[in-house]
Ligand binder design. Structure first.
Ligand code: AMP
Length: 493
């Protein structure tokens, strides 16, 4: 019998070993970057969902969807592409109602069938349900196998559909109970928005890997992945939804249900602060801009260098580069410009030279660089491909010295909690030591922020999940432990 068809033990946070972070030798890569939105008690909820998803676009550019409920009918519009490509005025005008759930999703290859695009909808005993999920469940294949063995039929490879089945099958005697029961089976990362009729539920896993925020707007409430989505709506920040918290929201009424079983400690994802979230957002109770500036200042203390100017790899490294400049006293210059209109292109990169991809996106400002000793600050180094091209570009533009500074430690391990990372074998930080990386990239010097320096700079909201840097996974990777995760990782959201 195939391992996937055996009755499987559940691996949950309650195993005695769960307190200690686990390390794994892996080459798996689930990809599950997403942004979620929910709204209750406001007219034109779909239009507001559109605006919020527009602000959350950086969290997922592959697909977008909105589901709206008007008290009688659930209507859905979703598709592959950017929010502005998927929706137009006609599509939005059909999504009537005062309750809506929205989602943006990121993936780089495969898994882009429409069935996987969220929000996922279903009709169950208590009405129409819509669900949007950010994060990645680490026991989803084990759960799915069990459900399939019990007769469940799946329409997608999305782990979010697993939750829909768990809710529908729960024997609890209320919707609240069914949702709590279902959420209790999940291991890993989830920041979730679910609508059942006109009631909205918002839930965050007990570790709090991904952000989730409650906002107030008029007589209703919104739930967003990041505060930048509150700003675009003119909504007020109410508070972070706490790790393990499950809220039931209906218009202006917000009720905290019994929290999920607490984790030994919280583990918000530090990579959200390093790269993923927008700098104009506050997540985990800290300003992303302030966090990145603190990383930059600490980087300058750890890896000082004599130079004429600091330049950033825009836009994600801007705040860290400013921090480096503040601490070192070396002026910040705009040495690289980023083209904001780069989208999908019909030009195949392999038909062009090796730096074509980077040149599509970045262009050097020769007047700033010529004859200068520059410190280039980037927020992270993943494969090293962008940096290699950028260093060549800067030298061609006349830079006399190029010193690369990275506002995070080497990325050495895949993420199982919802950040899209290449396989371990593709991560330059897992393949080479730092001096070798410096040589490959062709820089005069290379300095990474230390792990202690990074978490120390944002201590207030810690402790953090640092698995992509440290390999210490805060929750069991149940599917891997059970031999279910394939070499390419579990299916994406
Ligand atoms: P690489 O060229 O592969 O080393 O990528 C590094 C660049 O990609 C950095 O400038 C980061 O801002 C950005 N980056 C970091 N993590 C990710 C990610 N998970 N997805 C897309 N881009 C990323």
């Amino acid at each position: 019998m195939d391992a996937r068809h055996q009755t499987l033990p559940m691996v949950t946070e309650t195993t005695p070993e769960a307190d200690a972070p686990r390390t794994y030798e892996l080459d798996d890569r689930p990809r599950d970057e997403c942004g979620v939105f929910g709204i209750s008690g406001i007219d034109d909820s779909a239009e507001l969902a559109f605006l919020a998803l527009y602000a959350l676009q950086h969290r997922g550019q592959e697909a977008a969807g909105i589901v709206a409920f008007d008290g009688t009918t659930l209507r859905t519009h979703k598709g592959n592409g950017l929010v502005s490509e998927v929706f137009d005025a006609t599509a939005l005008s059909k999504l009537v109602g005062r309750t809506a759930v929205g989602h943006v999703r990121y993936s780089t290859a495969g898994g882009s069938e429409l069935a996987n695009v969220q929000p996922i909808t279903a009709r169950f005993a208590h009405g129409d349900l819509a669900l949007a999920h950010n994060g990645n469940l680490t026991n989803q294949l084990a759960l799915r196998t069990r459900l399939v063995n019990e007769g469940a039929i799946f329409r997608s490879s999305s782990d979010s559909e697993t939750l829909v089945h768990l809710i529908a099958k729960s024997r609890a005697d209320s919707v609240d109970g069914q949702i709590l029961d279902a959420l209790g089976h999940l291991v890993g990362a989830f920041s979730m928005v679910i609508s059942v009729g006109e009631t909205l539920y918002a839930a965050r896993d007990p570790r709090g890997f991904r952000p989730l925020i409650l906002g107030g707007l008029g007589d209703g409430h919104v739930v967003v992945s990041e505060t930048c989505a509150l700003d675009i709506l003119g909504a007020d920040f109410v508070r972070d939804i706490e790790p393990g918290e499950v809220l039931r929201i209906r218009g202006n009424e917000v009720i905290a249900l019994t929290p999920l079983e607490p984790a030994p400690q919280h583990s918000p994802c530090v990579f959200e602060l390093v790269y993923f979230a927008r700098p104009d957002s506050r997540i985990f109770g800290v300003s992303v801009d302030r966090a990145r500036r603190a990383f930059g200042r600490q980087l300058a203390r750890e890896h000082p260098v004599e130079a004429d100017s600091i330049i950033s790899v825009p836009d994600s490294a801007n705040s860290a580069a400013l921090g480096y400049s503040e601490e070192s006293g070396i002026p910040f210059e705009l040495g690289l410009l980023r083209n904001h209109y780069v989208g999908r292109t019909f030009i195949k990169p392999h038909q062009k030279d090796r730096d074509f991809g980077a040149r599509m996106k970045y262009n050097p400002v020769r007047e700033v660089l010529a004859g200068q000793r520059v410190v280039v600050v980037d927020d992270s180094l993943v494969r090293g491909t962008t940096s290699r091209s950028l260093v060549r570009m800067l030298r061609e533009a006349g830079a006399a010295e190029v010193h690369l500074r990275i506002g995070s430690p080497p990325v050495r391990h895949p993420c199982f909690y919802g950040i899209d990372m290449p396989t371990k074998g593709e991560l330059i930080g897992s393949q080479m030591e730092i001096p070798q990386i410096a040589e490959t990239l062709g820089v005069d010097s290379l300095g990474y922020l230390s792990l202690e320096g990074m978490v120390g700079a944002v201590e207030k909201a810690g402790p953090y999940c640092t698995a992509c840097f440290s390999g210490a996974y805060p929750t069991p990777l149940a599917d891997v432990e059970l031999g279910l995760a394939s070499a390419d990782g579990p299916p994406k959201c």
